[in-house]
Design a protein around this ligand. Structure first.
Ligand code: UDX
Length: 446
């Protein structure tokens, strides 16, 4: 009989995973503790912006005309316990308030709610990013609290999806990593990830701690790569070099590779910043803090980029933001997402606002989320409106829409033709040709 799947938590990860599992042909039940989210998803509406996810959802959600009906949503733990053979834990593990450590409260409470409902053999599969050692602890909790006792197993199966590419990354992953304590769990997961996902995709089977560490190590490596190129940008600026050319040239070496070497105002989002901090905190608990002190530097290079952009902007408008209008293009932490968590763009905008600048922001998809985080900033309905009367324009999130702006048209509405490209994706020559003073990150000024 085909396995039945539940997905607990319906954020970027869970909603995508649930829809992807339905796409693979499984009967899927998604759970969230927020009833409004469940109501939206049940109507086939995605509570966030993720390209391609709404189509996939509408293709499968029960009750939608023409849908397969394989995907349903609920708030009932009892229903989840009865329904599922395999339960995927996809809840959020944010940074603890005021600390580096990871906040495990959502995972812990999900397991505490699920376990008492597990009355028959089941596999619980953690996908959330957690501190190493969590899986072993949660396995003990499950064994204690689940009525089915040892018939309930746990596996750890980290997820590597990127926002903006969540559907593609879930249906066509680079690799599948499973941390297991027994053969049955591995067998079940091989069944779940059988073709088409598993077709030719490397399937790495390991123990719990290694599986947990794979995720934090991968994100630490990516963060290090970005901070490395941003450190090179700092040196390029001091030496009048060009970090974009430098990245291209070193990237031709296959051992280095060209990806993740885009210098700018650095990384943000709900994963990289908090994951490197949680990793350092956990290493400290394990007595291995020295091994990760370099991540402190990775973090501080990254945060310095935001401060550097603020300084460049201040310098550009004459040394003080007082009485100056600043147009900010972009609020999300990266394009093709509406996520503003730890967004470098919003952070820069906020710092300038606090220093007395009159900031107006436009973002194609992140306006609602940005308004919630920063209600005191001004928001404009278009890029052109955000730029109206500006003494400097800051390009902080590289949406395609901004690359396509006509520098002459923008030039007609600003108070001064000055632009700072915080993502190195605007066409410098075109902006300069239209009479703009154009400055980019880690690149020669003229
Ligand atoms: C990341 C990992 O890529 C993904 O594998 C993991 O599952 C979750 O964390 P995500 O947070 O969606 O994914 O974004 P990603 O595309 O990795 O970008 C992270 C940040 O780095 C963004 O702010 C982006 O602007 C920045 N970045 C990325 C750079 O500044 N330069 C680069 O070269 C690449």
């Amino acid at each position: 009989m085909a396995l039945k799947i539940t997905v607990i938590g319906t954020g970027y990860l869970g909603a995508t995973h649930a829809a992807a599992m339905a796409e693979l042909g499984f009967e899927v039940l998604g759970l969230d503790v927020v009833p409004e989210k469940i109501a939206m998803l049940s109507r086939g509406e995605v509570p966030m912006y993720e390209p391609g996810l709404d189509e996939l959802l509408r293709k499968h959600v029960a009750g939608i005309e023409g849908a397969t009906g394989r995907l349903r949503f609920t708030t009932s733990w009892e229903e989840v316990g009865e329904f599922g053979d395999v339960h995927f834990l996809c809840v959020n593990t944010p940074q603890k308030h005021g600390e580096y450590a990871c906040d495990m409260s959502f995972v812990d409470s999900a397991v505490a709610s699920l376990a008492p409902q597990l009355r028959r053999p089941a596999l619980v599969v953690g996908k959330s990013t957690v501190p190493v050692g969590s899986a072993a602890r949660l396995a003990r909790t499950l064994a204690e609290l689940a009525p089915a006792g040892n018939d309930v197993e746990l596996a750890w199966n980290p997820e590597f999806l990127r926002e903006g590419f969540a559907v593609q990354d879930t249906l066509h992953p680079d690799r599948i990593v499973v941390g297991v304590a027994g053969e049955r769990a591995e067998k079940l997961l091989r069944e779940v990830y059988a073709t088409p996902i598993g077709d030719g995709t490397p399937f790495v089977v390991t123990d719990y701690p290694t599986a947990e560490l794979v995720k934090t190590a991968a994100n630490s490596f990516l963060a290090t790569k970005i901070s490395f190129i941003n450190a090179m940008a700092e040196v390029c600026e001091a030496a009048d070099g060009d970090v974009v050319k430098l990245a291209e040239a070193i990237g031709h070496d296959e051992r280095i590779g060209r990806k993740f070497l885009r210098a700018g105002i650095g990384f943000g989002g709900g994963c990289l910043p908090k994951d490197i901090r949680a990793f350092m905190a956990r290493a400290g608990e394990l007595g291995a803090d020295q091994a990760l002190t370099f991540l402190r530097e990775v973090d501080s290079i990254n945060m310095r980029r935001r401060g550097h952009m603020v300084e460049l902007a201040r310098e550009t408008v004459g040394g003080s933001f007082l009485g100056r209008r600043v147009a900010v293009l972009g609020a999300t932490f990266k394009p093709d997402s509406d996520d503003v968590r730890d967004s470098p763009a919003l952070n820069v905008a906020g710092q300038i606002h606090l220093q007395g600048g009159q900031v107006t922001i436009y973002d194609p998809k992140g306006m609602n989320n940005a308004r919630q985080v920063f209600p005191t900033l001004s928001y404009a309905p278009s890029a052109l409106e955000a730029c109206r009367g500006a003494h400097v324009v800051l390009h902080l999130t590289e949406w395609a829409e901004f690359r396509d702006l006509d520098p002459a048209a923008v030039g007609d509405v600003v108070a001064a033709r000055r632009v700072l490209d915080g993502r190195n994706t605007l066409d410098a020559a075109a902006w300069r040709a239209a009479g703009w003073t154009f400055r980019a990150m880690g690149r020669p000024q003229a």
